[in-house]
Design a protein around this ligand. Structure first.
Ligand code: PLP
Length: 390
């Protein structure tokens, strides 16, 4: 037996454990102080009524002989694929049902898709980045190169012809920076991928936060993208499914063998998402479901606006927040990410995420999220204002 030694090349992820330790230590020393967490990447609002009702009906069906269902299709039920297909059609993207694969969330598929690619591919990831893209490739022993996302390019890097990459990760709206590509910006990547015979792995997990309809929700809104991109999406942030688990991956036929290879991979290694959960996800696209999830998304958007307005008022530069739950701020007075973390924890008991934890270009930046409660967001920003204007 030989171990996969690539695992020893993984960097220990100290980010969230260090945050937890610092917060716990502070809390133990100052039990009277109320700590507000604006670092969380998890949703806090419950599932909407339309989703809950659909799941309740599905549970009832499962308890009746005539409507009981056992194993479903590994790639998802047609009713959900149809709802997703119609959603894309609204953006003038026409998909075939068998190009859509239902998953238990974007994270698993982002990792699993790598089964389809040889180890001998060079991977391009932006820095800072959602760590899953990096770690899944380290586990497979693939070579990773980084492209700088920074203030100069508004955290939206463009392709560089001197870089030769085979697999390219793009996340828009971005975690952690909140930056969103325009159609023109994405087109540069599509053109690069087509020219270099590379594949783009496009993470659209936060697409539902976009309200400016000139911005692309899907990479397939860009001409030629079906020939060079796989898209990953999720109901996690759109509809509060972080604990319920459902997402989808689009592998267009235009990508040649990849569509059939992914089907083969999924039918071999995956047995599908629960029927009950897929009925809940279908309800996200119903008339009531849409209205209800917009109410929830608007709640988070308003929180983001409260944070953004406070930062603007304090003269602190930031990115994101407008079409994303993430606000990526530049630490004032040239503080490092961790100095700023300690500064606001100690002085105003607000917790965020040090940007340095997402890559070297994250140093000097700090991530706040709009997923907290309204009350906590307002209170945290009140404290923030007082501290910065001191
Ligand atoms: N992609 C990005 C950029 C994320 O931030 C997350 C979750 O935080 C995911 C994917 C994973 O989402 P899911 O819950 O669908 O696995």
């Amino acid at each position: 037996m030989k171990l996969n030694e690539n695992y020893s090349n993984l960097k220990e992820s100290y980010l969230f454990s260090t945050i937890a330790k610092k917060v716990n230590d502070f809390s133990a020393a100052h039990p009277d102080k109320k700590i507000i967490r604006l670092g969380i990447g998890d949703v806090t609002l419950p599932l909407c009524k339309a989703v809950v009702n659909a799941m309740k009906s599905a549970v009832e069906e499962m308890g009746v002989q005539s409507t009981f269902r056992g194993y479903g299709p590994e790639q998802g039920y047609d009713f959900l694929k149809k709802a997703i297909k119609n959603y894309y059609a609204e953006k003038n993207v026409n998909l075939e049902s068998d190009e859509i694969f239902i998953s238990d969330g974007a994270k698993s598929d982002l990792g699993n898709i790598l089964d389809l690619f040889d180890k001998d591919n060079t991977v391009l990831v932006p820095d800072p980045v959602y760590p899953v893209y990096v770690d899944t490739n380290i586990m497979a022993g693939r070579k990773i190169i980084y492209i700088n996302a920074n203030e100069e390019n508004d955290f939206l890097p463009s392709p560089d012809e001197s870089i030769k990459a085979d697999i390219i990760y793009i996340c828009s709206p971005n975690n952690p920076t909140g930056a969103v590509y325009t159609k023109e910006g994405l087109k540069k990547w599509v053109d690069y991928a087509l020219k270099n015979k590379a594949i783009i792995l496009f993470d659209a997990a936060y697409e539902a936060f976009i309200t400016d309809e000139t911005l692309p929700h899907s990479i397939y809104e860009i001409e030629g993208a079906k020939n060079c991109a796989i898209e990953f999406c999720s109901f996690s942030k759109t509809a509060g499914f972080t604990g319920t688990r459902c997402g989808y991956t689009v592998v267009p036929h235009a990508l040649g063998r990849l569509n059939k290879m992914w089907l083969r991979r999924q039918t071999t290694k995956f047995n599908g998402v629960p029927y009950i959960v897929q009925r809940g996800a279908e309800a996200v696209f119903s008339k009531d479901g849409r209205e209800e999830i917009q109410t929830n998304l608007n709640y988070y958007r308003e929180n983001a606006k409260i944070i953004a307005d406070t930062l603007t008022g304090c003269g602190i530069k930031f990115f994101g927040g407008k079409f994303s739950p993430y606000i990526w701020l530049k630490c004032p007075n040239n503080m490092s990410s961790w100095e700023f973390f300690d500064y606001i924890l100690t002085n105003i008991q607000v917790v965020g995420t040090p940007g340095e934890g997402f890559g070297k270009n994250g140093e000097g930046f700090f991530r706040l999220t709009s997923f907290g409660s309204r009350e906590n967001t307002i209170e945290a920003m009140k404290r923030f204002k007082t501290l910065i204007n001191k």
